[in-house]
Design a protein around this ligand. Structure first.
Ligand SMILES: [Fe+2]
Length: 290
């Protein structure tokens, strides 16, 4: 099972589609039912579904490659006590889907994705896609209750905990979880409200993240925050907001974590948690959610 796609809401579907195509570099791979589907360069499937009705996260989906894996994942979801429901149409290449809601209302799906590549390859890249995202990377949701969300993701998806961020007197204010061996594909930060902090796409390497920031500047857009390197996961980051305010991270060079490794606990208000390259924090807007 791997993180498969995000579905996000926007104010204007046509404007958002153009922005994700022209600014982020995703390819449009289909549409219908009021949704538009876009993909990264490294696979043929879609990674992002865009729909109208206002900004925010509609769902995040984990994909299974065959029937047997899907049946096991769906059974786990059903047994999680979160109230799983079968979902009908989800997008091109998605054959079956089942969903649950996390304690903060975020919808997580498990989908069956037969016929999809198991690994990234260059077969579907073209010259225009050079320097564009090659793969979906992770989601970061804002929640009021970090511990309940961690427990739900463990029960529903079997995600493993890579790191926690704990502040004396406040408990756990952040968590990073993984389905495979990469440090996180699901991150959680505490907030006064539940919502979306960001979705992230993977570039080939850290130099590509800097080139991406240069390209934004040359196009007359600036990033919201970055380039920097996170403490947890040690990934290089750059954040930008889409026309509806949804935050997008371009990232590279995330650490791998061995299967049985215990999680690490980051403590206090050390600024190196957010950015290990500089002793200052992000701009105030960085704490806005959608
Ligand atoms: Fe992130």
């Amino acid at each position: 099972m791997r993180i498969d796609h995000f579905a996000i809401g926007v104010e204007d579907v046509a404007a958002a589609t153009e922005w994700y195509r022209e600014t982020i570099g995703l390819r449009e791979v289909g549409g219908g039912d009021g949704r538009r589907f876009l993909g990264c360069g490294g696979r043929v499937d879609f990674d992002l579904a865009i729909e109208g009705g206002g900004n925010g996260l509609r769902h995040v989906a984990y994909g299974c490659f065959d029937e047997e894996e899907y049946e096991a994942a769906a059974a786990r979801l059903e047994g999680s006590g979160l109230g799983s429901v079968e979902v009908a149409f989800q997008g091109p290449g998605v054959e079956r889907a089942v969903a649950v809601s996390l304690p903060g209302g975020h919808v997580v799906q498990v989908v069956l994705r037969e016929g999809v590549d198991h690994y990234l390859r260059v077969a579907h890249w073209d010259a225009k896609a050079a320097g564009s995202p090659r793969e979906i990377d992770h989601v970061n949701i804002a929640v009021q209750d970090v511990d309940a969300t961690v427990a739900a993701l463990d029960a529903a998806l079997g995600l493993r905990l890579s790191d926690l961020h704990n502040v004396d007197g406040h408990g756990n204010v952040g968590a990073w979880m993984r389905a495979g061996d990469r440090h996180h594909d699901f991150a959680i930060i505490r907030n006064r409200a539940d919502g979306l902090h960001h979705v992230a796409y993977q570039l080939a390497d850290a130099a590509d993240v800097i080139r991406f920031a240069d390209r934004l500047a040359m196009a007359g857009t600036t990033a919201e925050y970055g380039v920097g390197r996170h403490g947890p996961g040690s990934n290089v980051f750059l954040y930008v907001r889409d026309p509806s305010g949804n935050r997008v991270e371009l990232t590279a060079d995330m650490a791998s974590v061995p299967a049985g490794a215990p999680h690490r606990v980051w403590r206090g208000t050390d600024p190196s948690i957010v950015n290990s390259l500089a002793p200052y924090g992000p701009p105030k807007t960085f704490w806005e959610i959608t």
